[in-house]
Ligand binder design. Structure first.
Ligand code: CTP
Length: 398
């Protein structure tokens, strides 16, 4: 979480500077105390008043400001900041930072900073790929700077390539990763499944369900933010893969089984948040699924129960958590699933409660272990993901 953190945003001279205003506004909405420092060239692209209005603080632009109070303040701010993010970072500021040059307010503050420093380079592709710029970035990485990879796309100079400032979510998630969470899952290997599966009937049609994948994606993202080494096996969804997560796309239950069974032996924790289709067409040959009158007559077979397979095959120290969706007898049915599938925990959803289940941004989970049942309140899926990970962390310690 970024609420209450002091973040310094460095803005340098590049066309992407106009995007920094949205970034600053979003960070203020997150509850951060945001201070903006601009280079002289950034002043050609955006006016300090924009940032001053958004942050409520004077925008720092020049070390030789005649206002003494601000002159001394910049070192204090460098020391007080929880993080420094330079977005956009020009080739010029990257070169200066890599060589310890401090000839203006921003580069002086960088040298005085005692906190994580993140850089989001944004420039023409050829400039970005220039070996001098790359060498400077490599040097900064060695000195502990985080370099946020630029996005690929159409650049202001009309070239298409790598060099765009990444979207606001990527920048803010990078800050979250750097300072937002205690790394209590550092080194823990977490395997998460998410989304629906799609079972092909023929080359055109398929059977699926309403899972949006939001809960599984929130779990993968939350685990990564807390330092875990996360692999997400995802059915077809329309969500952006979370940052710092290895995402493997699958379609059918069989493909999901293959992806999970291959990775499960080296995982510490498996969380099956996917809504795996229980049935798949037995045969996709057209002649077998259509009667002569054209009516659908679909022979079905059960899919492999992946969670059951994992529960049966787990070894000492591995933790397996399943999900259950129930319309009635939530506790009894979920506890029966827990025992039958040899899981360590079931996160149960009641489809009867509003705000819980498929498609929503919130959830109401009951966390069931062989000994306990803990009902969580209505939470955002991200909050529910963190609460689930807290419970898993605590039961692994016991
Ligand atoms: N699951 C699985 N493989 C399947 C079906 C389900 O791994 N072929 C997992 C789901 O990812 C979930 C858990 O089993 O973590 C429970 O899924 P759910 O659909 O609630 O239960 P089922 O076992 O399918 O039983 P039922 O549909 O009869 O409730």
């Amino acid at each position: 979480m970024l609420k209450g953190k002091t973040v310094v945003i460095g803005v340098t001279g590049g066309i992407a500077a106009y995007k920094s205003a949205q970034l600053v506004s979003d960070l203020v909405k997150e509850g951060c105390d945001v201070h903006v420092v601009m280079t002289k060239n950034a002043l050609y692209f955006i006016h300090p008043i924009t940032f001053e209005t958004l942050t409520g603080h004077k925008c720092l632009t020049d070390t030789f400001d005649r206002n003494f109070e601000f002159n001394v303040e910049h070192v204090a701010l460098s020391q007080r900041a929880d993080a420094f993010l330079i977005a956009p970072a020009s080739a010029d500021v990257i070169g200066k930072a890599a060589n310890g040059i401090a000839d203006d307010m921003l580069t002086t503050m960088l040298l005085a900073a005692d906190c994580p420093i993140l850089l989001a380079p944004a420039m023409n592709t050829y400039m970005y790929e220039n070996s001098i710029v790359q060498e400077n970035l490599a040097k900064l990485r060695r000195h502990g700077f985080t370099v946020i990879e630029p996005a690929v796309g159409r650049l202001a100079c009309r070239d298409v390539g790598k060099g765009k400032l990444p979207d606001g979510k990527t920048l803010i998630d990078s800050l979250r990763y750097a300072i937002g969470y205690e790394k209590d899952l550092m080194g823990v290997k977490v395997l998460v499944s998410a989304g629906p599966t799609a079972e092909a009937i023929d080359p055109v049609r398929y059977i699926t369900n309403h899972s949006s994948g939001k809960m599984g994606y929130a779990i993968a993202e939350a685990a990564a933010m807390r330092g875990a080494d996360v692999t997400l096996v995802s059915g077809p969804v329309s969500l952006t893969p979370p940052l710092y997560v290895k995402t493997v796309g699958v379609r059918s239950a069989e493909e999901m089984y293959q992806a999970i069974s291959e990775r499960f032996p080296s995982a510490d924790i498996l969380i099956m948040a996917a809504a795996v289709a229980d049935y798949t067409p037995q045969c996709t040959a057209d002649e077998k699924i259509k009667k002569s009158d054209g009516e659908m007559n679909l022979p079905l077979q059960r899919t492999k129960d992946i969670l059951q397979w994992a529960g049966n095959n787990k070894t000492e120290g591995q933790f397996v958590c399943g999900f259950s969706m129930e319309t009635e007898h939530l506790l009894e049915n979920s506890r029966r699933k827990l025992l039958k599938k040899h899981c360590d925990m079931i996160a149960a959803n009641s489809l009867r409660q509003s705000g819980a289940g498929f498609g929503t941004d919130t959830n109401i989970l009951t966390l069931i272990t062989p000994e306990t049942a803990q009902e969580l309140p209505l939470l955002s899926k991200s909050e529910a993901a963190h609460a689930l990970l807290d419970a898993i962390r605590d039961s692994r310690v016991r």
